[in-house]
Design a protein around this ligand. Structure first.
Ligand code: GLY
Length: 285
């Protein structure tokens, strides 16, 4: 029997877990991770997800999101504009279509076609902060200031696993840039026989090594959860030689509900919920 668990990245993961946990108890891991991520998307104080997220260099807020469940069912959207709950659009791609990933105007058309309401996501405060940084040509390191992508991973009482993530992407990105978050295997990967893993931080690093799938494959090969995350971070450090301000963090759970994480740089934390008790875990680098 698995121990139910819900984990979500960064300090905004705490509110996400508080919202998602009741769904884990009464519904499913899939419903729980979607609800957790929706909570971060709706929070205008979170500058890297949904409403209030930083725009690209053209001043446009574009969202990437993905969901994946126990049995390799998955859906994703990339460069979605004008719809707050990118994670729910991604889930509907999974539930209603034979596709995995919809992008750009096609993703927005799909969201509209299923009755979702478009809305403005760029807040005056985010625009003020953005212009301030552009003016001084300051590129904030991913997820130290930005706090970055929300990834939520859950294991429910039935032992079913699911994961979801959502992001407005790196600040100051080129228009059209898509990060790791909506790419199955890079930003998120779930295999119900093994575990669930997700990435947050500088997406190009996760894309180049298919980081989340690599964590799961190393767990399949026998490594414990934290050791699998650490080994992939070490692989990235050795083979990609990221610059000193490049952060990438990996978070994972196994099918028994054990969790672990690793990061290139200090500062990464995640929210952990078991038996309804919420705590924050700081990860050493
Ligand atoms: N990890 C989010 C991004 O790079 O867009």
């Amino acid at each position: 029997m698995s121990e139910p668990v819900l984990v979500s990245t960064w300090h905004h993961g705490r509110g996400a877990n508080e919202a998602g946990w009741p769904h884990l108890v009464s519904r499913s891991a899939l419903d729980a991770v979607e609800e957790a991520v929706r909570t971060a998307e709706a929070d205008p104080e979170v500058r890297s997800v949904g409403r209030g997220g930083y725009p690209d260099r053209l001043g446009r807020v574009t969202l990437d999101a993905v969901v994946m469940d126990h049995d390799y069912r998955c859906g994703a959207v990339a460069a979605l504009e004008g719809f707050l709950h990118a994670v729910s659009v991604a889930r509907e791609v999974m539930e209603r279509t034979d596709h995995v990933l919809l992008a750009g105007a096609g993703a927005a058309d799909f969201a509209r076609s299923i009755g979702m309401q478009p809305e403005r996501l760029l807040t005056a405060e985010t625009m003020r902060l953005f212009e301030e940084k552009v003016r001084v040509r300051e590129t904030a390191p991913a997820n130290i200031e930005n706090h970055d992508t929300i990834v939520s991973l859950g294991c429910d009482a039935q032992g079913r696993l699911a994961g979801a993530c959502s992001t407005s992407g790196l600040m100051n990105r080129l228009h059209g840039r898509v990060g790791d978050s909506p790419i199955v295997g890079a930003g998120l990967y779930v295999d119900g026989e093994v575990g669930a893993a997700g990435a947050t931080g500088h997406g190009e690093l996760a894309l180049r090594v298919a980081a989340s799938a690599l964590v799961i494959e190393r767990m399949r090969g026998g490594l414990a959860v934290a050791a699998a995350c650490e080994s992939v971070i070490e692989h990235i450090r050795r083979r990609l030689r990221p610059g000193p301000d490049r952060q990438l963090a990996l978070l994972a759970i196994d099918r028994d509900g054990r969790c672990g994480a690793a990061a290139l740089l200090p500062g990464f934390s995640y929210a952990l919920t078991r038996a309804g008790v919420h705590e924050m875990v700081e990860v050493d680098a």
